[in-house]
Write a new protein. Structure first.
Lengths: 335, 335
């Protein structure tokens, strides 16, 4: 656990840095998600309040659904920016690679303030504010707003709320801490619309996702007395421009079915190469099963890559599941 | 808005009532949901702490997914109870009909404490604690726990959290107030597992739901340049024991698709009788459209019943949507 005094010192140094300079480049990470976008817009609003100028950059385009956030239309692509910056603030960026190809925008004597919550952050900044226990970088942004005595506004509150909401999966992941909920409570006092933001940020379905979901559900089967559900997507069924975001969450449709203990999702990334996701509800250690295939994960969620025949690996998996301690316990329980 | 002093007075009277008597019947509402079950178990835990005896009753069985809640196995059906009660506490029950057929369990001189958050509550109790601004009856239960100075425990916190979570749709409905979030923050301090509870209470998919979803998604079509999505379920496609819970949320798969403004779901309840749900994202007033068919609802969510041919009413609806002000605005915007 990080020493909270150290964190407070980092916050205070970040506050000084922000007050001392001007003309900032604010960098969010490639393939931007709700937390990095919201953190970068929070920083922009904060700098605007302090009368500082800033430029927002992201190597990749911002997903349309985040258009509702204030200043989101001011996030530029790298090629749109012609000048260079000697003061850079990165948000939710765990290492330099995640900044994208922004080096042409930096002066030789650039100073970087690195604000992040990833435990893997390599402290690449000249100043670093890293709190691995924070649920979202927006949680640190909230602390920074307080550190700088900046009054909350509906705009600031909406940004911070969006970051908290998206990085906790709608207050559903284990990182949903009392602090997250207390901050959310305070933000709601400033006119944040929890329903509207959740609908836009969490419930929007991409066109590709609905396509692959249609196919995956048509393949879904519940087997072994209702304890295992599985489905697959063949490479030739996937839309050309499918991303891993589009197929995310499909495994949950197998695992979440009432009575199902293990859910399995096979995604054929190319001919006979499958990415396999395993999920369990309560008893079966799917981490151990994935490990036997040189995969990773933990007891309730794991995955691995398999080269070969789908039917063959499915049968192997069913056998492995049925030999697990958890399965035996479950079978005894339900007899 | 209810006078907060009046509410405090009601809470204090409820506290007196609870302390003065013993041997309570705790009644939750028929077709029990997360809030009524959690409120009734909160009441049971509270009475147990005070050394009082109680019997829990519900006319209907408790959905399996709520088995994780403490004392949930003690909720009895009416026929299992042989004695009568002169002190009854109802939770989340808006009127006497919602109590179910419990009159054989009551003495002639029964006194009822009625705790509820429905604005429609008809104050059928001898004592009533009604707070229509509460997001859930469990919010009132939290206030009662504080009123009685009962220390929070993990069990109490898990019950109250489950009620708040389910009645706010996972902190996504507009009733998600700062107070709800502050209570949730405090409850998390007592070892509540937000992820586990959300998974069980919100993400469990019934077998019938997965069946109807498979069919509904296979019928789903996106039309009118991606602005309208619609799907249907024919009566002969529905499982025999389908409930309205099983088909709930299907309309969201149409409306939530990126770029879609209006989502339409037709459920054929019997031959050529359709229940039609309309949802819009931002511009089209689907409440006005449903009203023209003698339906109800509001600008973003409405519904009506139609007797006739699906293709015919679909074409009528498309015409009505395209003639709406919102649609014209949207078309201008996207040209």
């Amino acid at each position: 656990m990080k020493d909270l005094n150290e964190y407070k010192r980092e916050l205070s140094q970040a506050g000084q840095f922000i007050k001392q300079h001007d003309n900032y480049l604010i960098v969010s990470h490639i393939n931007p998600d709700g937390d990095t976008i919201s953190s970068s817009l929070t920083m922009a609003l904060l700098l605007r309040f302090l009368g500082k100028s800033f430029t927002l950059v992201n190597e990749d385009p911002i997903p349309d659904k985040f258009n509702f956030l204030p200043l989101s239309d001011q996030i530029l692509s790298i090629s749109e920016i012609k000048n260079t910056f000697s003061h850079v603030i990165t948000v939710d960026v765990a290492d330099q690679k995640r900044m994208g190809m922004i080096s042409p925008l930096l002066t030789d004597d650039v100073e970087i303030l690195n604000i992040d919550h990833h435990p893997t952050n390599d402290r690449f900044g000249h100043l670093n504010v890293i709190l691995p226990t924070a649920a979202a970088t927006c949680e640190i942004m909230y602390d920074l707003v307080k550190e700088l005595n900046i009054p909350l506004s509906q705009d600031l509150a909406s940004c911070i709320y969006t970051g908290l909401l998206t990085d906790t999966g709608g207050f559903r992941y284990t990182n949903t801490s009392p602090k997250v909920m207390r901050i959310a409570a305070e933000l709601l006092e400033y006119g944040v619309s929890p329903g509207e933001i959740a609908e836009i940020a969490l419930e929007t379905i991409s066109k590709n996702h609905i396509s692959v979901l249609q196919i995956a559900l048509s393949h879904l089967q519940v087997i072994e007395n209702g304890f295992i559900a599985w489905t697959y997507l063949k490479a030739n069924e996937l839309p050309q421009d499918v991303t891993s975001d589009d197929t995310e969450g499909i495994v949950n449709y197998t695992r979440n079915i009432e009575g199902v203990e293990v859910g399995i999702f096979f995604k054929e990334v190319k001919g006979n190469v499958f990415k396999i996701s395993l999920r369990s509800k309560k008893y079966v250690d799917v981490g151990a099963i994935a490990k036997a295939y040189h995969g990773g994960g933990h007891a309730r969620a794991s995955g691995f890559t398999f080269y070969g025949d789908l039917e063959e690996v499915l049968q192997q998996l069913i056998d492995a599941i049925k030999q697990s301690e958890g399965w035996k316990y479950l079978e005894n329980k339900s007899n």
